[in-house]
Design a protein around this ligand. Structure first.
Ligand code: NDP
Ligand code: GDP
Length: 332
């Protein structure tokens, strides 16, 4: 049984990968957890279905200022985690304006709602390694200049600085986690890791023959999502606000990820199962990301523990299980 902290947390993006892990972790710490949820034509609570009797859902949308103010005033949060975003880089090229509205201005709207409705609340902004884009140095740390390469990256830079600006202008406790890619069995199927592990599981089960990818060459610093949501909590519970990189410090190519995933199911001739398809390539890509999380380690005692082979194993095994036991055999 969790100790009660008496604290209330408001999470935007609670239906997403990170929101669902964070909600679990805060419940275990004894928080009262509120999740902002937007209206969709088809409800999308799969990631939090096991939590629905323990968290409170509050209507709201990052596009709608009044709904955010109402939510903040109703919840009176001690901590606010802004995890909501149009979070997929690929779509940010085809829907740049909505990406800016949600991912950039949405963060500003929430900051404004917190400033006017709960100014003592601790505010967390989910910033991204995509802000480093065309990297100016390697590895990237909190002092590395930004050079975003997508509408998503540009929007995240805006939100990052809005968070810093509210801290400096109004003395708010507002912090950024500059998070490198983190994945899990709850990752959306459009992201390359989940696309690969789902594809490998389908091929293994005879449900598909190939995986089509945009490139095998780009490199990412991939970690395991629950460790990054733990970092978010550590950031908001530090004595003073600040900005922290969250990363494993290792970089791997998409090709390495593919190879490890096929190896997990005993397929060594993976090249015959993968094809390159320009539809999945980007107008501009981020070639190489590798983070330096020493500040988070030194000040918050945080390190990423799960390394790539273990991450791949978790994701492939879960996708095999999901496909083996569920009738969902369509492509995502
Ligand atoms: P997901 O895409 O899984 O979740 C995004 C969440 O945002 C969903 O709950 C979605 O709700 C919600 N959302 C989208 N638009 C709106 C809106 N207009 N109003 C309210 N809610 C909205 O992302 P992750 O969990 O992977 O990531 C969490 C955050 O961390 C994001 O901000 C992401 O950009 C950032 N980040 C993630 C990284 C990663 O590797 N995962 C790396 C760096 C940063 P719905 O279910 O209704 O669509
Ligand atoms: P991102 O780092 O937030 O863009 O996360 P993604 O998982 O979407 O992409 C990681 C890298 O994989 C990028 O360099 C993509 O260009 C690359 N990639 C290669 N093929 C694909 C694909 O089919 N889908 C996606 N999403 N990414 C791909």
């Amino acid at each position: 049984m969790a100790d009660s902290t008496g604290k209330r947390a408001l999470i935007t993006g609670v239906t997403g990968q990170d929101g669902s892990f964070l909600a679990e972790q805060l419940l275990a710490k004894g928080y009262e957890v509120y999740g902002l949820i937007r209206r969709l034509s088809t409800p999308n609570t799969r990631n939090i279905s096991h939590l629905l009797d323990r968290i409170h859902l509050v209507d709201g949308d990052l596009l709608d200022q009044a709904s955010l103010q109402t939510a903040v005033q109703a919840v009176e949060p001690d901590e606010v985690y802004n995890l909501a975003a149009q979070s997929f880089v690929g779509v940010s090229f085809t829907q740049p304006v909505v990406t800016a509205e949600v991912t950039a201005v949405g963060a500003l709207r929430l900051l404004e709602a917190v400033r006017t409705g709960a100014e003592d609340a601790h505010f967390f902004q989910a910033s991204s390694s995509e802000m480093f884009g065309k990297v100016q140095e390697s590895p990237q740390n909190e002092d590395t200049p930004f050079y975003p390469r997508s509408p998503y990256g540009v929007a995240k830079v805006y939100a990052y600085w809005a968070c810093v600006n509210y801290r400096e202008s109004y003395g708010m406790y507002a912090s950024n986690g500059v998070l490198f890619n983190h994945e899990s069995e709850r990752r959306g199927h459009e992201f390359v890791t989940r696309k690969i592990t789902d594809g490998v599981a389908r091929i293994k089960l005879g449900l598909a023959k190939k995986i089509a990818l945009g490139t095998l060459e780009t490199r990412r610093d991939w970690g395991y999502a629950p460790e990054y949501t733990d970092l978010m909590w550590r950031i908001l519970n530090a004595p003073t606000p600040g900005d922290y990189v969250g990363a494993t410090g290792e970089t791997h190519s998409v090709e390495e990820f593919v190879r490890l995933a096929f190896e997990r199911v005993g397929i060594t001739d993976w090249k015959s199962c993968v094809e390159l398809d320009p539809r999945f390539a980007r107008p501009a890509d981020v070639d190489h990301l590798c983070g330096d999380a020493r500040r988070a380690n030194e000040k918050l005692g945080w390190t990423a523990k799960t390394r790539l082979p273990e991450l791949v194993r978790i994701m492939v095994d879960r996708d095999l299980e999901l496909l083996g036991t569920s009738p969902r055999t369509h492509s995502n």
